[in-house]
Write a protein that binds this ligand. Structure first.
Ligand code: DDH
Length: 286
């Protein structure tokens, strides 16, 4: 137990739980980043529905979306922390865990503010199908991310999260990691995207992805069709090239856009207090 509002105590415990020798590449970090992203990436600006507030993924309607397959691992990793720091909301814990994981894996500092509640407003529940489908192309990316209010540059910066983690055939159908060191945040994803030749491959399950085999790599590396769509579209490609060359610029832009992502649907007053949620109905606020 920590005192309510002691987010530094939670941050420390998140950092300490990342090391998971039995799991994937030895780290819970990537799946925690994906949990934060999927909790927020359901946002629709026009109807002001979805987003990280409410932590709707705890319930079947959202948690059972096939796009969220595998994220129960991330939620299970965090459960002991929720018990220990029982004053923090799930919505805050999941977004904070993503931010801390990025930093701990060598990425930029993500500025994070608390105050999300776990109150699920049924009228704000996102329908399924709001998260991207890796088998699609540039039009789909724009359709998904413009809905949240992101620009082409921001779409490319956000996609750089695929420096982390891997695809699991039993979760998404896709298989493999994008880079050789998938628990180290960097711009390698962009560098490999432009410098390697990617060959189409159909997996045994019928899923189509792109692969490259590198002599110094222990395994075949992969790209989703949506990843390579960034190279096929001139406006996206420009930013792929910028980020492949300039790691600092990528880190700076990624930090800004990840913060924007986890703030979608949240409005705050000048003190940082959330103003558009009913705090009486759930969760802690300082
Ligand atoms: Fe992603 N992602 N993502 N992704 N993503 C997958 C894994 C991870 C797409 C599809 C997939 C973002 C954007 C997109 C992470 C972070 C982010 C997997 C594999 C698929 C498929 C899941 C599995 O099998 O376990 C598509 C499509 C898009 C897009 O259209 C742009 C964004 C914006 C982020 C972010 O964090 C900002 C991370 C991290 C992973 C690795 C998870 C893991 O378990 O490892």
């Amino acid at each position: 137990m920590s005192s309510p509002g002691d987010y530094d105590a939670v941050r420390k415990d998140i950092a300490a739980l990342l090391h998971q020798p039995e799991y994937d590449d030895g780290s819970a970090g990537p799946v925690l980043v994906r949990l934060a992203w999927h909790s927020a990436g359901t946002y629709d600006a026009e109807t002001d529905t979805g987003g990280s507030n409410g932590a709707g993924m705890r319930y079947e309607a959202e948690g059972g979306d096939p796009a969220n397959a595998g994220l129960q691992h991330a939620r299970v990793f965090l459960e002991p922390l929720k018990e220990k720091h029982n004053w923090i909301t799930y919505a805050d814990l999941w977004t904070l865990a993503g931010a801390v994981a990025i930093k701990e894996m060598g990425g930029p500092e993500i500025s994070w503010l608390p105050g999300r509640t776990d109150y699920v407003d049924d009228s704000k529940l996102p329908p399924r199908g709001r998260l991207p489908d890796g088998a699609q192309g540039a039009d789909h990316l724009r359709w998904i991310f413009y809905r949240m209010g992101f620009s082409d540059q921001e779409i490319v910066a956000l996609s750089g999260a695929h420096n982390l983690g891997r695809c699991h055939a039993d979760r998404s159908g896709f298989d493999g990691a994008w880079v050789n060191a998938p628990t180290r945040f960097s711009n390698t994803y962009f560098r490999l995207m432009i410098s390697r030749s990617w060959k189409e491959k159909t997996l045994d399950n019928g899923v189509r992805q792109f692969v490259h085999y590198d002599e110094d790599a222990e395994e075949e590396l992969m790209m989703l069709p949506t990843d390579l769509a960034l190279m096929a579209d001139p406006s996206f490609k420009h930013w792929v090239q910028v980020y492949a060359k300039d790691k600092d610029k990528f880190f700076e832009d990624f930090a800004k856009v990840f913060t924007k992502l986890i703030e979608l649907g949240i409005t705050r007053d000048e003190k940082g207090q959330i103003t558009n949620t009913d705090n009486e109905k759930g969760g802690y606020h300082s």
